[in-house]
Design a protein around this ligand. Structure first.
Ligand code: GLA
Length: 356
């Protein structure tokens, strides 16, 4: 099969901005479609053990669905992935106020985060890969954040069936930055029920417990002897309904795992296997944390692609990032980017099939 990357119009935002769709195909027929609105991955088609392709990500058929209200399906999240307590932080002696768009807290960059803006898009081709480069300049003061932030996010599809996500950013004033990707996966195929039978492994000995508004308490807690121990493959649903105070607070899994790392490079952080299709997803990242979200807020009120109704836990997210609320937690790895520094992180999603 021939590798390809093509571009096509994907409608206009209510403000009239044109949105483009990029379609990437590798030599094995793996196909990723992503749009300039929010850098959203709108579909990702991979084979099962018998060679049958299916779309394995949740989303909408058209731009209207994303604009009308999406729980961050497939989107790039920024300037700050996850929550900042009370929408407030102090940096170099100055206190900044951000939108509180999740109860008392700031979530995923605010009212109009990077998931809701139109990025520029350019196709990218090398001898062995296809890709798309998305660029967005976030003005000084946008959503309350200091500094002009120039962000570049590149999706690269390789013939090893990897999706490489590269995040690069620079700023002209110190600012928190924590970029991530919010794709909801269902490895059995979009619209094929819940993800509770998927088997998950996370390379983490600890996680960050949260308060009732999902802000980390500051404790780094061992996963041993808790439902958060995914160090060996365990079905997502095996313990999700246990009477555990942390699971109650998250209404399931909605927690940051502290990845066990041996250095700052790209390391294996998680694996998910769907037993019936044999589809396996491996996640590698340079990030120190992984937010595992089990789709707890999906409640059947969203109708997505091909009329699929997204019921409780019909998709899961593995968001590689820094820990939530780091700007207010000096003990967590820093998320502050300063002028002259380059923000550069990488996350790789690798797709394979295990023959059942
Ligand atoms: C993240 C958050 C969740 C939720 C989802 C989207 O995973 O931690 O609480 O906001 O995004 O609904």
């Amino acid at each position: 099969m021939r590798r390809s990357v093509t571009r096509a119009p994907f409608g206009r935002t209510p403000a009239g901005e044109p949105v483009e769709l990029f379609t990437l195909k590798n030599a094995h027929g793996l196909e990723l479609r992503a749009i300039t609105y929010g850098g959203v991955i709108v579909s990702l088609r991979t084979p099962d053990w018998s060679g049958r392709f299916a779309d394995i990500v949740l989303g909408f058929d058209s731009l209207a669905g994303y604009v009308r209200g999406s729980p961050y399906f497939g989107a790039i999240i920024g300037r700050y992935g996850n929550r900042i307590a009370q929408g407030r932080f102090t940096l170099d002696g100055k206190t900044y106020r951000l939108a509180t768009n999740d109860g008392p807290n700031h979530l995923h960059g605010g009212a109009r985060g990077f998931d809701k803006v139109v990025w520029s898009g350019e196709p990218l081709e090398t001898d062995s890969t296809v890709g798309v480069v998305f660029r967005y300049t976030s003005p000084d003061g946008e959503e309350g954040y200091p500094g002009t932030l120039r962000a570049t996010v590149t999706y690269t599809l390789t013939d090893a069936n990897e999706l490489i996500v590269d995040y690069v950013a620079e700023t002209d004033r110190a600012t928190p930055v924590n970029l991530t990707q919010h794709t909801y996966f269902n490895l059995a195929g979009d619209g094929s029920g819940d993800i509770l039978g998927h088997e998950l492994t996370i390379n983490a000995d600890a996680y960050t417990p949260v308060d009732s508004t999902l802000i980390p308490t500051g404790t780094i807690a061992p996963v041993a002897r808790t439902p958060f121990d995914f160090r060996t493959p365990t079905a997502i649903g095996a313990r999700i309904d246990r009477d555990d105070p942390q699971l109650k607070k998250g209404r399931g899994y909605d927690h940051n795992f502290v990845l066990a790392r041996s250095g700052p490079g790209l390391e294996h952080s998680a694996r998910v296997t769907e037993p019936k299709s044999g589809r396996t997803l491996d996640v590698y990242t340079t990030e120190p944390g992984l937010q595992f979200y089990s789709g707890n807020f999906l409640d059947g009120t969203i109708t997505g692609k091909a009329g699929h109704v997204y019921r409780h836990r019909s998709g899961f997210c593995l968001e590689a990032q820094h820990y939530p609320d780091s700007p207010n937690r000096p003990s967590f790895p820093s998320t502050i980017l300063r002028p002259g520094e380059e923000y550069s992180t990488r996350t790789v999603f690798r797709f394979r099939v295990l023959t059942p």
